[in-house]
Design a protein around this ligand. Structure first.
Ligand code: HEM
Length: 438
């Protein structure tokens, strides 16, 4: 039997989820406890949200579970048939095995100087003494980082074209209009919700396939360190390499999975720091001394209190059983990441921003899940954490920031992310360390 949940019609539950997701989940927790079933428009069966680490362990430690149904419908037309994010079972594992080494923690050092260069160039262009939104600026940083460290595009003309086209793709794929078209086509059938994006995708594909062809033809590409070059050279267990079309799918997947998420996490971290002067002062002091420990704790605490991705679910391949739950095969189950991260049993004073808690204890695998878990855990987690460390260091060293408004940012849902409603508006001043960089 599925756990109980709100009895309102799916259209009402969907509206509550879309408009006030945190209030919706919190009210379900108050009424039904750790696990509850919700019903969304376009889904024929309920989705069970769980939040206690025991249920999450049971869910994520079973490799056989499948993808949640919404993921493929919304993403396949853009990411492609062979995207690692969308394949299941053996096909998925084969890609993960091939793609993990370039994302391994130790390899990350190679990208540090690229991220620093991109961040410093962006920060040098910030207005001084005038309010601006940090989130779009962080989006520019993460896009440039992906073009360099992931795609490895060096041709300036091609970069220029991608700089023009990719933000359009990223914008259009996260638009409310597209989501409504996808929902409508799921519940009523009818016209292709992605029709308007086809031409844009074709133009981007042409540029990426040209880049892929050049890489294949370049006999010196073995010396390159970008992720594209490493993936092009990597072999499946049977000795074959990824086809050009598949490489394209994985590159677009890495763009869509890694761009908005990391930019949003950075915007949240700055928002939280500006509201907590003691934590900010300690961080500035530790960064000045090249200490990494507090910076890492700040990032972990920010990802706990403001998880960017709220859900990372599975469709059960077999029954899931814990002391409190018995869910049959075929059920759609997802951790409600926000609810897990605000459990007082795991985090005393759960709504307080207290990076110190991660100096005292390391995050646990099933109680701290901003990157999901198990066999589908975010491939780019180490990359994202490195990027956040380097960008935050560059910001703290280059500029003194203050918030442009009196109130902390509220959470708003932007497509699949929880984002700061006003884009984290800040005012920058040049710090003494960088006298007149602007
Ligand atoms: C703060 C930034 C990020 C957050 C919060 C985040 C979060 C997530 C989450 C929640 C998942 C789903 C995990 C699951 O279902 O268990 C995921 C998957 C994934 N992420 Fe990230 N991500 C971030 C950055 C990145 C970056 C920078 C990249 C690559 C450049 C990336 C690549 C991927 C890929 C390829 C997957 C699919 C893994 C699979 O299905 O096997 N992510 N991410």
């Amino acid at each position: 039997m599925l756990p109980p949940g709100p009895s309102e019609p799916p259209v009402v539950q969907t509206a509550r989820w879309l408009l006030r997701p945190i209030a919706f989940m919190e009210s379900c927790r108050r009424r039904y406890g750790d696990s509850f079933s919700v019903r969304f428009v376009g889904f024929s069966t309920p989705m069970v949200m769980v939040s206690d680490p025991e249920a999450i362990r049971a869910l994520y430690s079973e490799r056989e579970h499948g993808l949640p149904p919404g993921r493929t419908v919304a993403l396949r037309p853009v990411m492609g048939q062979r995207s690692v994010l969308l394949l299941e079972g053996r096909d998925h594992l084969a890609r993960r095995k091939l793609m993990l080494p370039p994302f391994h923690g130790e390899r990350m050092q190679a990208y540090e100087s690229t991220v620093r260069r991109v961040a410093e160039a962006e920060i040098a262009n910030w207005p001084v003494g005038e309010a601006f939104a940090l989130h779009p600026s962080m989006q520019s940083v993460t896009l440039e980082v992906i073009m360099s460290a992931v795609f490895g595009v060096t041709d300036e003309l091609r970069r220029e074209r991608l700089r023009e086209l990719l933000p359009r793709l990223l914008h259009d794929t996260s638009s409310v209009a597209l989501q409504l078209r996808v929902l409508a086509s799921r519940s009523r059938g009818g016209s292709d919700p992605f029709a308007q994006l086809r031409d844009l995708i074709a133009q981007i594909d042409e540029l990426l396939l040209a880049e892929i062809a050049e890489r294949r033809a370049d006999s010196t590409s073995g010396n390159r360190e970008d992720i594209h070059s490493l993936l092009a050279a990597a072999r499946f267990e049977d000795g074959t390499v990824m086809s050009d079309g598949e490489l394209r799918d994985q590159l677009v997947t890495l763009l869509l999975a890694g761009h908005e998420t990391t930019a949003t996490a950075l915007a949240w971290t700055v928002d939280l720091l500006l509201r907590h002067p003691a934590a900010l002062d300690r961080l500035v002091a530790e960064v000045a001394e090249d200490s990494e420990e507090y910076l890492q704790a700040v990032i972990r605490e920010s990802l706990r209190l403001r998880p960017v991705i709220p859900l990372a679910g599975r469709r059960l391949a077999r029954e899931l059983r814990t002391d409190a739950l018995e869910l049959p095969a075929g059920t759609d189950v997802t951790p409600a990441i926000w609810l897990t991260h605000t459990r007082p049993q795991l985090y005393p004073e759960p709504y307080a921003f207290r990076p110190e808690r991660f100096l005292e204890q390391a995050p646990t695998s099933y109680g701290w899940i901003p990157f999901g878990g198990g066999v589908r855990r975010c491939l780019g987690a180490a990359f994202a954490e490195l990027e956040m460390r380097v960008v935050l260091r560059a910001i703290l060293r280059g500029r003194a920031l203050r918030s442009a408004g009196p109130r902390a940012e509220r959470v708003t849902r932007r497509n699949v992310t929880f984002s700061p409603r006003h884009g984290t508006r800040v005012v920058a001043a040049v710090t003494p360390a960088v006298p007149t960089a602007v």
